[in-house]
Design a protein. Structure first.
Length: 345
């Protein structure tokens, strides 16, 4: 394990004002998102869509990396350039989603465990050979239901995340560990805070046991927010302060960066929350706070594109604008009035 290389890669992914695009939707997920905007999911449309994103001029100013689905890591542009090569030429590091999805836990109704450890060492080696520099693994923590999440579900997912992270570092990839406490449900802000803290505490305990080098890891957590169906929602500042205080109680200072998932928030919501964290705690935190958004960065571009070549330029502008605002939020320089300017444009 080359710790210096791992550290330099992790730092490059979250260098000042840059974040990560999560473009790692599985076949099932991208089909759902395409269907919602009237696009048929085929090998050709998936390639064309991702080529539209990855060839947007100027994205290297805002992105340190892009997480790719396995198919995308092996795919090339229409003129034959492999996607990892395209991204690298822009100064953007290519990464890979390595988990095989969350499945129901046996004997624990309502809870899930992420699969994909079988053959992972070989898949890490292959991904590195294809150009990947980092990887991602998502664990799902359901908060809505009687007596869940259980300690068993949290600890089991933490153990899997730690085993994945160790194998990544052994193979030269920076692991992004993603323990997502879901927004689904009517839970309160305080309940999300409690579960997120317990989850992160369990995760870093497991990473320590597995000898994972924390300076070569990035954390991709949920923000601490009330459930989508909660009758009491929180202000931007409440979410920002509760999230950061939870991280301060849970995340070691040696971790170089925290790249939040959007978790079903709109682009404007996710951007405003990240901006408030960086504005309120500017110069006070041991780690960089940035983004690793999927829908929050892609939704506007996907709707604008609609699978039509004549819409590529407009879709790329929508994508660029969303990236630019997220990058401003990563330095605390975003202003909500910028959303009105986008709408007016």
């Amino acid at each position: 394990m080359n710790t210096e290389q791992l550290e330099s890669t992790a730092e490059a992914l979250v260098v000042h004002g840059k974040g990560i695009l999560a473009a790692d939707e599985s076949f099932g997920t991208i089909q759902k998102r395409f269907n919602a905007v009237g696009i048929e999911s085929t090998e050709d449309t998936r390639r064309a869509y991702r080529e539209m994103l990855f060839t947007t001029q100027g994205i290297g100013d805002f992105l340190g990396g892009v997480i790719l689905f396995e198919e995308t890591l092996r795919t090339s542009t229409a003129d034959g350039r492999p996607f990892p090569e395209v991204l690298t030429s822009l100064g953007v590091l290519p990464g890979i989603k390595l988990d095989k999805g969350a499945k129901d836990m046996a004997l624990f109704p309502g809870e899930q465990i992420t699969e994909g450890l079988d053959g992972l060492r070989e898949r890490v080696a292959e991904a590195a050979q294809l150009g990947a520099r980092f990887a991602k693994w998502r664990a799902v923590i359901n908060i809505e239901g009687d007596d869940i999440p259980t300690t068993q579900a949290i600890d089991s997912n933490s153990e899997v995340l730690a085993r994945y992270a160790a194998l990544c570092q052994e193979g030269g990839l920076v692991p992004i560990v993603e323990p997502e406490v879901l927004m689904d449900g009517s839970h309160t802000l305080e309940r999300c805070d409690e579960v997120t803290h317990e989850t992160l505490h369990s995760l870093f305990d497991a990473l320590h046991r597995h000898r994972v080098h924390l300076r070569g890891v990035l954390l991709k957590p949920n923000m601490v927010v009330p459930g989508k169906q909660s009758p009491v929602q929180a202000s931007v500042e409440q979410v920002a302060r509760t999230t950061v205080e939870c991280l301060l109680r849970s995340v070691p200072a040696s971790v170089p960066g925290v790249v939040f998932l959007s978790g079903g928030q709109s682009g404007a919501q996710a951007t405003a929350h990240l901006n408030a964290m960086n504005r309120l705690y500017k110069g006070q935190l041991p780690w960089v706070l940035s983004f690793s958004y999927a829908r929050a960065l892609q939704d506007a571009a996907m709707k604008t594109w609609g699978g039509k070549p004549e819409n590529i330029e407009a879709a790329q502008k929508a994508f660029y604008d969303r990236l630019r605002l997220a990058a401003l939020a990563a330095t605390g320089e975003y202003d909500e009035s910028m959303e009105e300017q986008l709408t007016a444009a």
